[in-house]
Design a protein around this ligand. Structure first.
Ligand code: PNS
Length: 156
């Protein structure tokens, strides 16, 4: 196990994402966080550029942040990445992730490794936390602080 990619929409990244990126960085020689297109989520609160910049602002040094609009497996092959790392909060995530992991493995043989979400962040998702912010709720501790500020600004 050498190089890993943590792909996702990250609209925007949460504390749960940050925890997974940091733990992956402790397991692999190199980690890339990849903001990737999801055709099921065509429009977002943040542009791809904004998402990338917010992630760059908060991830530990040494983690690469990039974006990609093609197949995830093609990015991985082009960059010599042998493992996809994702977080699992619950069986709902598992049901969602399983076919993607199996499809990616079928396409190029790449493996997906799942890290169980820290229980502190088990209920946190970008969409739920955005909804809380949209209606004026307190999002402290759900996003890294620079991200939380950007979310508040979007709904101000
Ligand atoms: O954070 P998300 O939206 O749940 O992440 C899903 C994502 C972006 C990882 C997935 O949609 C993806 O890999 N998109 C890139 C295009 C691709 O490779 N699609 C085939 C997936 S098997």
């Amino acid at each position: 196990m050498t190089k890993a990619v943590c792909p996702g929409s990250f609209d925007p990244m949460t504390m749960g994402h940050l925890d997974i990126f940091t733990r992956a960085a402790g397991l692999f020689e190199h980690v890339t966080v990849l903001v990737t297109g999801n055709p099921d989520k065509p429009s977002g609160l943040f542009s791809v550029h904004e998402r990338v910049e917010l992630i760059r602002e908060v991830v530990p040094e040494g983690i690469t942040v990039d974006h990609w609009s093609g197949l995830l497996v093609d990015y991985a092959s082009e960059h010599g990445i042998d493992t996809i790392v994702k977080g699992l909060r619950s069986s709902l995530d598992y049901e969602y992730e399983l076919p993607m992991a199996q499809m990616n493995r079928r396409l190029t043989g790449i493996d997906t490794m799942f890290l169980l979400t820290d229980e502190k962040y088990g209920y946190i998702s970008s969409s739920l936390c955005k909804q809380v912010a949209q209606f004026g709720g307190d999002i402290t501790g759900m996003f890294p602080e620079p991200v939380a500020r950007a979310v508040r600004a979007k709904f101000a």
